[in-house]
Design a protein around this ligand. Structure first.
Ligand SMILES: Cc1ncc(COP(=O)(O)O)c(C=O)c1O
Length: 309
């Protein structure tokens, strides 16, 4: 699966320009409508691994509205591989929402499991049991959160030709931010916006690095370059407020770029708030658009109206 290089565009905000701030956006959302944003990055090497181990397909995990499940289903279909999605919630079915319907259309087999069993999704023992049931499938963690996902995300920074001081990105499993952090130049800082309430970003990022075999001293040096905004979650995962929806709509009107209320909307909202600080004067800032737009029909159903006109 080749990475399609995505474009970097400048976003013009007059009040920032007056303070010497240049703001850029890396449009990974344009890579593909379904294997969009960070999904493409995280799946690239997982698909390669699956092929090199001559596995029949990928088995992975996700919630009812998971961007990762749709992306995995689409990437496997493109690569002529099978896919199985273990879905959180035994009360759900393939007709429950547009995300799950799309997974099935793309050929994914869905297995609905209880919340209790799903809580063990990263457990080695569960992977061994599943591995025994599905020996010809490569198991990939929820959200593509593994070494292969991380090195795919590291490639984002290799495509940036602009001089950049600060990078802002939304955070779920931390795979994308860890990959970006690993690819930073010495003077660059990463600013992460976790979308889960009560999420310990530094601990989660450190753990992902340790799992890949990076020593503790190097990991603690890497953590020095991370700024976390732990209060920017708007109530928690998949929660949103009228203020966030208004922001996403006005951002679209001003800049013609769609953001989603689960990840990128929250991250861009926080970026705009942080950039008010004089500490960003005369700096060059990059926002990574990690996609997530496939989930918008589900959000519009909740809102009872269209998000973008
Ligand atoms: C659109 C979008 N942005 C950001 C993220 C967060 O990425 P990560 O889980 O790698 O931290 C996700 C989740 O994977 C996502 O779907």
């Amino acid at each position: 699966m080749d990475i399609k290089r995505s474009v970097v565009k400048e976003i013009k905000v007059k009040s920032f320009q007056e303070r010497g701030i240049s703001l850029f956006i890396k449009r990974d959302d344009l890579i593909d409508s379904e294997i969009s944003g960070n999904k493409w990055r995280k799946l690239k090497y997982n698909i390669e691994l699956c092929n090199s181990k001559k596995k029949e397909g990928i088995l992975t995990f996700g919630g009812a509205f998971s961007n990762h499940l749709v992306a995995t289903a689409a990437a496997c279909k493109n690569s002529k591989l099978k896919s199985i999605g273990m879905v959180r919630g035994e009360e759900l079915n393939p007709e429950s929402n547009s995300t799950l319907k799309r997974c099935v259309e793309l050929g994914m087999e869905l297995v609905f499991i209880s919340r209790e069993e799903y809580a063990l999704r990263n457990d080695k023992a569960l992977h061994e049991t599943i591995g025994a049931d599905y020996p010809s499938f490569q198991i990939v963690n929820e959200g593509g959160a593994n070494y292969y996902g991380m090195i795919g995300c590291q490639e984002i920074m290799t495509e940036i030709e602009e001089e950049i001081d600060h990078i802002f990105v939304a955070q779920g499993t931390t795979t994308t931010s860890c990959g970006i952090l690993f690819g930073l130049e010495d003077h660059q800082k990463i600013h992460v916006v976790p979308v889960l309430k009560g999420f310990d970003s530094l601990a989660e990022m450190s753990e992902l690095f340790w799992k890949t075999g990076i020593d503790k001293e190097t990991v603690s040096d890497l953590m020095e370059r991370v700024n976390v905004y732990p209060e920017a979650h708007f109530g928690g995962y998949a929660k949103f407020t009228p203020e966030l929806i208004d922001f996403i709509r006005s951002f679209y009107v001003e800049h013609g770029i769609q953001l989603d209320p689960v990840y990128t909307g929250k991250a861009m909202f926080e970026l705009m708030r942080q950039l008010e600080s004089p500490s960003f004067d005369n700096s060059r800032v990059l926002f990574i658009h990690t996609g997530g737009l496939q989930g918008i029909p589900g959000i519009e159903k909740q809102l009872g109206q269209k998000l973008f006109q």
